[in-house]
Design a protein around this ligand. Structure first.
Ligand code: AFP
Length: 299
């Protein structure tokens, strides 16, 4: 079975980028192994006022330390850091954006959570999503899997019993499915979002939402449909973060023939104004995202 390295060797990625991808992908082993010892909350909050799980903090510190030592990376923008972490002396010129542990409220109930990562060339972390060189996520479920695009299709690898990532699925395309899931509180949704969700229900859609973006998106990637975290009354920017969540997942969706939108435009064309730039997110099958945008226009 083809390993991650064998796959990367068949791509046009430069050697240092391949090494960086592998280095990050295999951090899923220490992160997964740290679940048992990090079940509690750390007693601290991130920039967004969200309580940090101990594993959130552990994974953040761990990945930053590994990347800092690697010399590959000039900047890291992490959901768990208030500011961009800089390594001006690094020999490499990449910038990494990451959510080290996405879906952290699910750690204590042992549901699937993930790590989201994007890599830019040019050492600047605040670039448009469409300029990503690599987008990937690791999903810690019954299997630990890595879904990745280097801009030439989407591939999923699974960690086998020898702790090697081996190819599970190649050239993944999002089907035009009917799953839908939405974050937020129904009473606070705006009318366009209400209309869109009603449309999903009328069309025989099935509700699926766990509270872990990575796990919920992985399901959409497989069966088709849409993941939403909408704008709300008094919260036009929604909850999710453009840089660490929207862009890497959106880049994967687009490479798989799907789309991502903030309700009005392709999210990957938006220039981030700051690391913690928030945005409404709709991601999934292409025709479903088109109907989101038409519901929002009528709002
Ligand atoms: P954390 O990474 O802070 O746990 O946030 C999870 C998340 O950004 C995303 O993974 C979920 O889909 C969404 O928030 C869940 O939010 P709600 O708990 O409001 O549904």
């Amino acid at each position: 079975m083809k390993t991650l390295r064998q796959y990367l060797d068949g791509t046009a990625c430069e050697k240092q980028l391949k090494d960086l991808i592998e280095l990050i992908a295999y951090q899923s082993i220490p992160i997964r192994d740290a679940f048992i010892d990090n079940q509690s909350y750390a007693g601290t909050e991130n920039t967004y006022g969200e309580e940090q799980a101990a594993l959130d903090k552990w994974a953040d510190t761990h990945i930053i330390s590994v990347l800092g030592k690697s010399g590959f990376v000039k900047e890291i923008a992490s959901e768990e850091q208030p500011d961009i972490v800089r390594f001006p002396d690094a020999e490499g010129d990449y910038a990494v954006v990451m959510d080290p542990l996405d879906g952290s409220s699910l750690i204590q109930v042992n549901l699937a959570v993930g790590t989201i990562v994007g890599i830019y060339r040019g050492g600047n972390a605040l670039q448009k999503g469409e300029d990503l060189a690599v987008a990937m996520y690791m999903l810690y479920g019954p299997m630990t899997v890595l879904t990745i695009t280097v801009g030439n299709g989407v591939f999923t690898f699974a960690l086998n019993s020898e702790e090697t990532f081996v190819l599970l699925k190649e050239n993944i395309q999002i089907p035009e499915g009917k799953l839908f899931g939405s974050g937020g509180i129904r009473n606070e949704w705006l009318s366009g979002h209400h209309d869109f969700i009603s449309l999903c229900e009328q069309n025989g859609g099935k509700l699926r939402y766990s509270g872990s973006f990575v796990a919920d998106f992985h399901q959409i990637l497989t069966y088709g449909g849409v993941y939403c975290y909408p704008a709300a009354q008094g919260k036009p920017e929604g909850k999710l973060r453009l840089v660490f969540e929207g862009n890497p997942i959106g880049f994967i969706a687009k490479q798989a023939g799907g789309a991502i939108s903030d309700g009005t435009q392709d999210l990957l064309t938006v220039i981030p104004t700051k690391p913690d730039h928030r945005t409404p997110i709709y991601v999934g099958s292409k025709n479903v995202i088109e109907s989101v945008e038409s519901c929002m226009k009528k709002q």
